[in-house]
Design a protein around this ligand. Sequence first.
Ligand code: SF4
Length: 231
Amino acid sequence: MVDELVRKMLDILRGLDNELRSAGWFVDEPESSRWWGGAESPDEVVITAILVQQTRWEVVVDVLGRLRSLGLNKIERIAEMEPDRLAEVIRGVNYRFTKARRLVNLARSIVGIGGLERLKSMSNAREFLISIEGVGEETADSIMLFALNIPSLPISQYTRRVFGRVLGIDLGNNYGSWKEYLEKLLPRDLYVYKLVHASVVTIGKLYCLPKKPRCDKCPLRSICRYAGNTS
Ligand code: SF4
């Protein structure tokens, strides 16, 4: 029964291109980095995945524009920078000094192993990312999925809330429990994982609010158990 619900959910999510685009996600070829807010390269995904922590995406877009204009939207260039200089360039994002230091450290670590392509080929890429200061599980999975094109589902607060309500389940706050459960449920497919992450973040921000969800406007209302559907 849950399998059938997830199949219906994926059918609905496949029709959300315009809604996702308005929210800053770009449905594209499975391998494209553009899914991630129109990022022009895997490097830009990695850089903005750090910048967006505790910062609004609109601010990150401005900062990314500044990095592009200075030619600093590349891991190799970030790795060569002094953190204080980078902190100046990324002004506007929250915790910019900490993020600049962490971003330079992450970039140097990636360059140190031979770059993103080498990271992609490593069987322990996720563990490598998580071992770096400032890269938590959600950030690591976002980089895995949207920069390296490895199907690894990020679990955000929105993932827990939307899936929890649609499927009528509560797995608590444990990241690993949700990841294991959902990755077993979903087809292990790059496009599906990207679509699911982009969609739950968008629906979670626009409709599936913590206290007063706007179910009457939500695209998932016809299948959602929380909204009264019993199938
Ligand atoms: S129908 Fe309501 S509870 Fe269900 S996902 Fe949408 S907003 Fe959330």
